[in-house]
Design a protein around this ligand. Structure first.
Ligand SMILES: [Mg+2]
Length: 279
């Protein structure tokens, strides 16, 4: 088998913690694939590394080599059983916030009605996270807040998504050059993986940028229809429809949700994994 880098979102992509069921054989098949020495695994999550480790323990997930955490604003490498923070990445994204802190940016948004700060363990140096009602006029808030950042010399990225299990809107404010997509491209650069041997899997709003990029991407079958529609449209606009695979189920008898959908899409791009899966 040729080397392969699998980058995957966790919640409701690798972790079957959504409303739909996962095929019972999917977890063991995925574990068997990533146990192959040529398969390299990176988790790409909104969670910080500690919460990723909790998920690994709680859901008995395979141990990855890399964790891109905090929606792309932190990166860790696992070496000989220990995590090493890849501080080069933080040094690269830090200038976007012009020396301002997480709390400084929170102060700039304090008067925006409808935004509620998430819990302390969901915040980080370069990740400012809010809850909001799904009825919030996202475009209006974005237009109102953007000039404040410009005035402060801050280049910020605002990522909006929805947690369908609780019907809660989520907002992550990040350095403009930090995102799942940018972090994955940086990791590909560091590890020497290219577009021909990297596959990304995701399900929701903060995965969208990768789903519509030149990186081969899989949208799992349990994704919301609105995400599927946006991904299909934006990938077509960007000319990357061939790099977006929509899992539909039926692969090896699985339903296309979560790991079953991931395996279906990975096999679509990398038929070589079929041999590893059918052993
Ligand atoms: Mg997700």
């Amino acid at each position: 088998m040729e080397p392969l880098l699998i980058c995957t979102d966790l919640d409701r992509t690798l972790i079957p913690n959504g409303n739909q069921p996962e095929s019972p054989e999917a977890a063991a098949r995925f574990a068997a694939l990533v146990a192959h020495p040529e398969v390299h695994l990176a988790y790409v999550s909104g969670r910080h590394r500690g919460l990723v480790e909790e998920a690994i323990a709680h859901y008995a997930l395979p141990m990855p080599e890399y964790v891109i955490g905090d929606v792309g604003s932190s990166m860790d490498h696992r070496i000989a059983g220990n995590w090493r923070r890849m501080i080069e990445w933080e040094q690269r994204i830090a200038p976007d916030w012009a020396g301002l802190s997480h709390d400084d940016l929170a102060g700039m948004l304090a008067d925006v009605a409808g935004l509620r700060l998430q819990e302390a363990d969901k915040q980080n140096r370069f990740k400012l996270s809010y809850y909001h009602d799904t009825t919030l006029d996202v475009a209006e808030v974005q237009a109102r807040v953007a000039p404040r950042f410009v005035e402060a010399g801050v280049r910020a990225r605002m990522i909006w998504s929805v947690d369908e299990t609780s019907d809660t809107g989520l907002l992550d404010v990040l350095p403009a050059s930090a995102s799942k997509y940018h972090a994955i491209r940086a990791l590909m650069g560091v590890t020497g993986f290219g577009l021909g041997n990297t596959v990304f899997c995701g399900d929701s709003g903060n995965d969208l940028e990768v789903l519509v990029s030149p990186v081969s991407a899989v949208l799992v079958g349990n994704a919301q229809q609105s995400v599927r529609d946006r991904a299909v449209r934006q990938a077509a606009e960007a000319g990357y429809s061939g790099q977006l695979y929509l899992a539909r189920g039926g692969f090896m008898g699985m339903n296309g949700n979560y790991r079953g959908g991931m395996l279906e899409g990975i096999a679509h791009y990398q038929p070589q994994v079929l041999a590893a899966l059918s052993r």
